[in-house]
Ligand binder design. Structure first.
Ligand code: RB5
Length: 152
């Protein structure tokens, strides 16, 4: 199944990257709808609220995907992974973006706006959107993670 919608959220620290990244993604992937889930300015906000919003939309959608941007890409990742069905991963280079899809079937990519450039952010998301899950032994491990969620 192909990706229909990608939900995109940030906190104040990620806002400056979210805006140009959204524009480039809309231009680069015209068949995908990129839905801006806020925040809409640089006033200080709390990242768990945006992680929850995006993660719940991703979990409810078929083949849902999300992008979360904060200062480091770490707080968003921790928060999003609290939502059932979410496999949020933080990427900082092309290989980490590729492996997050091939091995982990990542459904949310988290980016650190204070740590990476706009160009690198676009390349990471491009790699992440264009890479498929390899399945096989990795499916067994994801099933073990799914069971961890049930036992938690
Ligand atoms: C905000 O200052 C910062 O803590 C937040 O954007 C994020 O990096 C947290 O992990």
């Amino acid at each position: 199944m192909s990706i229909k919608t990608v939900y995109v959220g940030s906190d104040h620290a990620g806002f400056a990257l979210k805006q140009p990244l959204l524009a480039r993604l809309k231009g680069g992937f015209p068949t995908i709808e990129f839905q801006d889930c806020g925040t809409n300015g640089t006033d200080s906000v709390d990242y768990p609220n945006f992680a929850e919003k995006v993660a719940k939309l991703v979990a409810a959608a078929q083949e849902g995907r999300g992008i979360l941007i904060c200062g480091s890409g770490l707080g968003m990742c921790i928060a999003a992974n609290k939502i059932k069905g979410i496999r949020a991963t933080s990427s900082w280079n092309i290989e980490s973006a590729r492996l997050s899809r091939e091995h982990n079937d990542s459904n949310i990519i988290c980016l650190g706006a204070r740590l990476i450039s706009e160009d690198l952010a676009f390349e990471l998301v491009k790699e992440w959107l264009n890479t498929g899950f390899l399945g096989d032994r990795h499916s067994r491990r994801l099933e073990q993670i799914r069971k961890l969620e049930e036992r938690a």
